[in-house]
Design a protein around this ligand. Structure first.
Ligand SMILES: *[C@@H]1O[C@H](CO)[C@@H](O)[C@H](O)[C@H]1NC(C)=O
Ligand SMILES: *[C@@H]1O[C@H](CO)[C@@H](O)[C@H](O)[C@H]1NC(C)=O
Ligand SMILES: *[C@@H]1O[C@H](CO)[C@@H](O)[C@H](O)[C@H]1NC(C)=O
Length: 392
């Protein structure tokens, strides 16, 4: 038994080195470095710390954050604010994510401290990092609205931003490797093997987050380099926000026919610095420098979607609220205030069928793009369903 555990860990660790820059910065032939030593390299010395239910948040010097362990970012000069105006979106305002704005001293950012368990989980996961781009892996299903039909050959412009307000649910999964999530994304690449993507939203995925709660997440992946990860599992995302530590649960979630908790999210390409900003609840959380990607100078695909994933032989988990859309924003998961823009700066709302279309790949879930609902919801969609045996 012990031997099997060690063998698995060994294989997982080896795999990890190939996809994760942070651990690669530890020499490859030191892979027997004990976990404590690795943790010391990952967890930077805090200027201040706070214990939040079950985990510790450290205030880390903004210029010493984990992203700078990535060799590509050695000479990166941090950008503290986007060069564009952030679009304010109206959420229900019920969701409270993060710690007090002024807890971390000036020049520091809050980071959830990595534990031994986190490290072991991350190592076991590593081979799936760029797998997020394999739409066709068995057991993975989507229901969403995708942007893809823009006639790029005509106007030369590309997708450079996407936004929406997503209702947050906490559905149960039966297996730690199952996923149920809702997010927005922008992606570039023509073939399966050169896809580059940034996505942000919420997710239940115990084998990544450690338990069955709902987590806000941001993720990047670059299929051709086989790089990428969720939150700070690998070095890449540069945080600038002082109050939202990545990898902390969202807290309360919406209930069927009850209170609705939602979150506003946005991904935007900075026209001056070309950094890809991630915005949550009107706050600029931070960004992915374009240099991380082999092919993300712009996006040619994007969208708003629900996603579930399940290992072979296990029925798919529920998506959204677990109910099919039935024209009711209190019963099905919604994304409202949907919008996107081009790299010319042009905001392309209304979202027309000329450049967007619904996408569903099984009978287990549905999507209902509603178009313009009213002044608050604006462009809206409902999606989700109960899951079950959804086919491959
Ligand atoms: C895109 O624009 C070109 C040039 O005007 C045109 O020939 C082509 O049919 C258009 N494609 C679509 C899908 O509209
Ligand atoms: C979360 O829900 C509990 C129980 O419904 C409630 O007491 C609490 O105030 C809620 N918290 C927030 C931040 O809304
Ligand atoms: C975002 O900005 C809008 C417009 O100012 C405001 O109504 C909304 O409450 C803000 N959302 C959050 C989470 O602060």
């Amino acid at each position: 038994m012990m031997i099997i555990v060690f063998l698995c860990l060994y294989l997982a660790i080896n795999n990890y080195y190939t996809v994760d820059g942070r651990i690669t910065s530890i020499s490859q032939n030191q892979e027997d470095l004990d976990l404590e030593t690795q943790l010391k390299l990952i967890n930077k010395p805090p200027l201040k710390s706070i214990q939040v239910d079950g985990y510790i948040v450290d205030c880390i010097d903004i210029n010493k954050q984990p992203a700078f362990d990535n060799p590509l970012l050695k000479n990166h000069k941090i950008q503290l604010k986007p060069s564009f105006e952030v679009t304010s979106m109206k959420s229900t305002g019920l969701l409270s994510i993060g710690i007090e704005e002024d807890f971390c001293p000036e020049g520091t950012i809050p980071i959830r401290r990595t534990t031994k368990d986190d490290l072991i989980r991350a190592k076991q996961l590593s081979h799936t990092n760029a797998d997020i781009l394999n739409k066709d892996i068995p057991g993975r299903h989507y229901a969403g609205l995708n942007l893809y039909k823009l006639n790029l050959s005509v106007d030369g412009s590309r997708y450079a931003g996407i936004r929406g307000v997503i209702a947050v649910y906490n559905l149960q999964v039966q297996n730690p490797d199952q996923i149920t999530s809702a997010y927005i994304y922008l992606q570039n690449g023509k073939s399966v093997n050169d896809k580059n993507v940034i996505m942000t939203g919420w997710e239940v995925h115990p084998s990544v987050f450690g338990d069955g709660q709902t987590y806000f997440f941001t993720r990047w992946a670059d299929k051709s380099q086989n790089k990428g990860c969720t939150n700070l599992i690998c070095p890449g995302f540069i945080q600038t926000d002082k109050s939202i530590p990545l990898g902390t649960p969202v807290g309360n979630a919406s209930t069927y026919d009850g209170e609705q908790y939602d979150m506003s999210v946005q991904i935007s390409h900075d026209p001056e610095t070309k950094n890809w900003w991630v915005i949550l609840q009107n706050k600029t959380l931070g960004y992915y420098p374009e240099i991380l990607f082999s092919n993300l100078a712009f996006a040619n695909v994007g969208g708003w979607t629900g996603m579930t994933s399940t290992p072979r032989g296990i029925p798919s988990p529920p998506m959204g609220s677990g109910h099919f859309p039935a024209n009711n924003l209190k019963r099905a998961c919604y994304i409202i205030q949907m919008g996107f823009h081009l790299d010319t700066g042009e905001d392309l709302v209304p979202i027309k069928y000329e450049y967007a279309g619904p996408s569903i790949d099984s009978d287990c879930y549905e999507v209902d793009y509603e178009g313009y609902n009213d002044e608050v919801q604006q462009y809206a969609m409902l999606f989700g369903g109960p899951g079950g045996n959804c086919g491959e």
